[in-house]
Design a protein around this ligand. Sequence first.
Ligand code: AMP
Ligand code: MG
Length: 379
Amino acid sequence: MAMTCDHPDLLPLDEALARLWTALPAPAFPEVRADRDDPATDLAAMDGVALRSGDGPAPRRLLGTLFAGDDPAAFTVTAGTAVRIMTGAALPAGADAILPVEQLREEAGLIHPLTDPEAGDHVRPRGGQARSGDLLLAADQPLNVARTALRAWVGQPLPAPTRIRVAVASTGDELVADPRPHQIRDSNGPMLAALAHALGAEVERRPALPDNPEALAAALRSPGGARILLTSGGVSMGEHDHLPAVLRDLGATILFHKIRLKPGKPMLAAQLGDLLVLGLPGNPVSAYLNALLFLPVALAKLEGRALPDPWRRGRLAGAVRHKGDRPLLHPCRLANGQLHPLPGKGSADLVTLAQADAFAWVEAPGEEAGTKVRYLTVV
Ligand code: AMP
Ligand code: MG
């Protein structure tokens, strides 16, 4: 039986994420080459004594101690002698092995090997890791903290990381601090600011914007120092949902508007000059989920990191009622490694959102208990 499809042309979520990723620029990173042999000289890999392995387990007289950073020229190891040495210290001339402290006995100023050392034991040899000039990392590999360390190691440190500035502005005439029954408080603004902060952005809270095209246009024309503007509301089909038209009038490039997702269909992404606008739907659960999906992708690309994959896999502990044809993100509790569906009341249900540990991706209508699904954990 053919499945009915009331949203055949909506953009699938993964395509929307890919479109955002592709549209944003990444910083350029030069290739990394070893500026010298690594290690640059033979180093001790353990705390112990440096000695000549050729003299076997005979006792040795200690000449002194070498710590990491000491110039080893102070000592030369000859037959019957050894130098106490710490991890990371350079081997003195003559020594070809380290005997770890655990493998020796010390008595009356002499050390007695408990094992027969072999050349190269516990030594990190010069060039063992890389030779000067070796390519260690190709250009434009995504940044991660290990690669940050590698760049510093070869003397090409990156500038200190800066946080991407994210402005947060809710929209809606109904948003007031002290609401009458027909009004509400702005919960999306604080939610999105907290999320952006948790994701490592520098957050700028803006006052809520009225449902007025001129006010929206004015806010978009003066992004301040923001690289990303997170808005909520005003992207659906209502008569006061002005954001898409205002962005078009300003000449913005609309990356997408409306995705195959429930909740969260009205999601919009646009570029206005250097400003990325993530136009989130107003309903709290929709705004939350779309921000959780799209903001990390934008931040990762702009910072030069790899595309994040927020999905985990788990089993549904109970059936999820799902009739529509859009994939559903359904709130769940996580217990005993399983996803326990909550009786969510839809995209406006902030109460259930606050109780959820995770959102299960329910692709097929009427997904059953026991089904393995992908899911997002809450922030
Ligand atoms: P909209 O997308 O503007 O049509 O809004 C959809 C629903 O979300 C409406 O019920 C709005 O009142 C509600 N909403 C919009 N903005 C916010 C906000 N900042 N905080 C909480 N609810 C909101
Ligand atoms: Mg609105």
